[in-house]
Design a protein around this ligand. Structure first.
Ligand code: NAD
Length: 350
């Protein structure tokens, strides 16, 4: 079984990915700085499992990364570590440049040096997979979808920093021959997502009977993918993707934010009606739009589907029902995030 160095594996997508990988018998060395978004509760079921080695640290700590590579000799590095929340990038872009740009560069340098000294079979099999976002492509009008050849046009400090990291990854392939792969995925949702992002935020507030903040007119469109399907796409690209290529990942599930919010309201009204009998839709409150809010994202994932035979397993309706049920069944996880130092300063919409 292979060994993978996963960065950002205590976050939302990285955490789901690590749980899947260890379940399959892969040894995972999990490097995560444990920022506000990192949560070891997510990995609680792996406690004592010798196939999961957790290391708290920064991807930009060159000495630490060098030591981990030398000690564990991974067959692949999968980079999830990032500052990931658009609203936070508007308030403080510097942290995004620190991790997403400078940190990724430092990681790439260490991985390149490690890869270069591997013997031939190991060098041939090695992969660096960089997990990125469709937000690098900017905003769409009413029609069209992002393909792998859509020009980059990032509009937020978050997407600009991710775009820079994607370019560095590409450059390390073209300049040094590092065997890289990049995935650009649409909006994810599912278990273990930090409740500053739209779906878990709305679930938490709707459960509590609080106002449900919706940006602008609520008609911004995102293309939603269940996190487990994103993880399976990453595993598939790692296994069979062509070196140096980028793959768009998406579930053909475009929904306006207001539709997402109303769907959650309906599911919760069925499962856990409010004590006073109100329909949760009555809690929807339109608030001032996010500055520079991209109007529409949509992903064309046909390259991934036709080349690597990947397909999502859940429709949006199935995935959102599963997600609502997960949050209902895991209130302790949510509560531990919501109380204490986790203060929601801005409403969150990914
Ligand atoms: P997240 O914010 O939930 O998790 C990020 C993790 O990275 C956290 O555990 C955090 O502690 C860690 N981290 C941050 N800075 C670090 C550093 N300097 N060194 C080491 N670890 C650090 O993010 P997520 O939603 O799980 O996203 C993971 C990746 O997927 C990101 O690169 C993001 O850009 C990308 N992505 C996310 C989405 C989405 O909808 N959430 C969609 C497409 C792509």
């Amino acid at each position: 079984m292979p060994t993978w160095l996963v960065t950002g594996g205590a976050g939302f997508i990285g955490g789901n990915f690590v749980l899947d990988a260890v379940r399959k018998g892969i040894k995972v060395v999990n490097l995560d700085a444990l920022t506000y978004a990192g949560n070891l509760d997510t990995l609680g079921s792996l406690e004592g499992n010798p196939n999961h080695v957790f290391v708290q640290g920064d991807i930009g700590d060159a000495a630490l990364v060098k030591r981990l590579l030398a000690e564990h000799r991974p067959d692949a590095v999968i980079n999830f570590a990032a500052e990931s929340h658009v609203d936070r990038s508007i308030d403080g872009p510097a942290a995004f440049v620190h991790t997403n740009v400078v940190g990724t560069l430092s990681l790439l340098e260490q991985v390149r040096d490690y890869w270069k000294q591997l013997d031939a079979p190991a060098r041939d099999g090695f992969r660096f997979l960089h997990v990125s976002t469709d937000e690098v492509y900017g905003s769409l009008g009413e029609t069209g979808k992002f393909t792998e050849t859509t020009p980059y046009a990032p509009n937020s400090p978050y997407s600009a920093s991710k775009a820079a990291s994607d370019h560095l990854v590409r450059a390390f392939h073209h300049t040094y021959g590092l065997p890289v792969l990049t995935t650009n995925c649409s909006n994810n949702y599912g278990p273990y997502q930090f409740p500053e992002k739209l779906i878990p935020l709305i679930i938490a507030k709707a459960l509590a009977g609080e106002p449900l903040p919706v940006y602008g007119d609520g008609l911004n469109v995102r293309d939603w993918l269940f996190v487990g399907d994103h993880c399976s796409a990453i595993a598939r690209v790692l296994e069979a993707g062509r070196i140096g290529e980028t793959y768009n990942v998406g579930g053909d599930a475009e929904r306006a934010n207001i539709v997402v919010v109303k769907t959650i309201c309906a599911l919760l009204d069925q499962r856990r009606p409010l004590a006073d009998g109100r329909a949760r839709e009555s809690l929807i409150t339109y608030v001032t739009d996010r500055p520079g809010h991209d109007r529409r994202y949509a992903i064309d994932a046909s390259k991934l589907k036709s080349e690597l035979d990947w397909a999502p397993t859940l429709t949006f309706e199935q995935g959102i029902a599963r997600t609502v049920d997960w949050y209902l069944d895991n209130q302790a996880w949510v509560q531990r995030v919501l109380d204490g130092s986790y203060r929601l300063e801005r409403i969150g919409q990914a």
